[in-house]
Design a binder for this molecule. Structure first.
Ligand code: KG4
Ligand code: ZN
Length: 335
């Protein structure tokens, strides 16, 4: 039987819908919210209001792109959490309403697990078990992926996420939110001229708040001596900070591979769109003889395609939710 799934993602500031047929993404449409850029971060209340405006047109476009109508859909997959509660409420309410009115199953999806399962959107697909470094605006995790529904967090950040390290650095440098992609571009024109201390955290956990503080003190000191320091050195600062973040991430990934003996290794989440991180994974992968997996750009940052892929595999395994399901801003990884 043909299984067509309509997927909805609204956990943060992107409103996204996708249609997945038999595990293949037919359409994947996202409306970004420009409204936050001047605030240096996502404003939750504005995000929820923007989701309300965007969600129906985005679903409509995703269906049209896929050449489908609601009558062709067999199940609705949606992000239950984690994320901003007001944002999640919009996607969850629309998902429940569609499932109820069409009398089809609902499949809840954990946003961070969906980032990992984005590896199954396209070939080559990793075999189980594999390791995934999941780096986004809210999370930094090394995950051992045993199956579509069996994942173990081996390490995670104790404070800021890798994406936050990019975004907060960007704020100090006067860049718009989200600063990750801007720093990525600027870094390509700079050299790694400035040194920042790396955290010494045991095991496979991460910490980025110390780096943030040392960047702040460094900038304050330099600007006191030369008020034009940031403008004159922007590309080199971006390159130095980006390389430091990548080095912190790669060090732990290498350690995780050595500890587990797993050599199928991927990256996922918004920060996996970073060109330096993508290059670093390929380079280290060649040296260590890993098989590496890097998602296409459209599956790195938040998108409903990955929710649909996760939803499809959970549907196959019979994981359905009922109409009492509620959004969760924090969602245990065991769920
Ligand atoms: O996964 P995502 O879209 O949303 C969350 O679930 O958080 O990740 C967003 C994060 C932001 O912090 C953004 O700055 C970062 O991903 N990001 C990047 C790049 N593209 C997005 N960071 C570094 N380089 C990039 N090219
Ligand atoms: Zn995300």
């Amino acid at each position: 039987m043909n299984i067509s799934i309509l997927a909805i993602e609204s956990s943060c500031d992107d409103t996204s819908a996708a249609v997945i047929e038999n595990g293949r993404v037919l359409s994947n449409r996202t409306a970004n919210q420009e409204v936050h850029s001047i605030y240096g971060g996502v404003v939750p209340e504005l995000a929820s209001r923007q989701h309300l405006i965007n969600i129906i047109p985005v679903i409509d476009t995703a269906l049209k792109d896929a050449g489908k109508t609601l009558k062709d859909i067999n199940a609705i997959a949606f992000t239950r959490g984690p994320g901003l509660l007001g944002s999640l409420i919009v996607g969850v309410s629309v998902a429940k309403t569609l499932a109820l009115s069409l009398d089809i199953p609902l499949v809840e999806v954990h946003h961070m697990k969906a980032h990992v399962l984005a590896h199954f959107a396209e070939d080559p697909k990793p075999p189980f078990p594999f390791l995934c470094l999941t780096v986004s605006g809210g999370h930094t995790q090394i995950i051992r992926v045993n199956d579509y529904d069996d994942m173990e967090v081996l390490g995670s950040t104790k404070d800021d996420a890798a994406g936050e390290a990019f975004d907060k650095t960007g704020k100090m440098l006067g860049l718009e939110y989200p600063a990750g992609p801007i720093i990525d571009k600027l870094a390509q024109q700079g050299v790694h001229k400035f040194q920042f201390p790396e955290p010494q955290i045991e095991g496979l956990d991460f910490s980025f708040s110390g780096l943030k503080t040392s960047i702040l003190y460094f900038l304050q000191k330099q600007v006191a001596e030369n008020p034009n320091f940031i403008v004159e050195n922007l590309a080199d600062i971006c390159c130095s900070v980006q390389n430091t973040i990548i080095h912190i991430l790669m060090r732990k990934l290498i350690k995780a591979a050595a500890m587990t003996g797993i050599n199928h290794i991927g990256i996922a989440g918004g920060v996996s769109a970073n060109s330096g991180l993508r290059q670093a994974l390929s380079k280290v992968g060649e040296e260590k003889k890993w098989t590496t997996y890097i998602p296409a750009f459209e599956y790195c940052t938040d998108n409903a395609g990955m929710i649909g892929i996760a939803g499809y595999h959970l549907y196959q395994k019979g994981y359905f939710s009922d109409q009492s399901v509620t959004p969760l801003s924090r969602m245990d990884f065991g769920m």
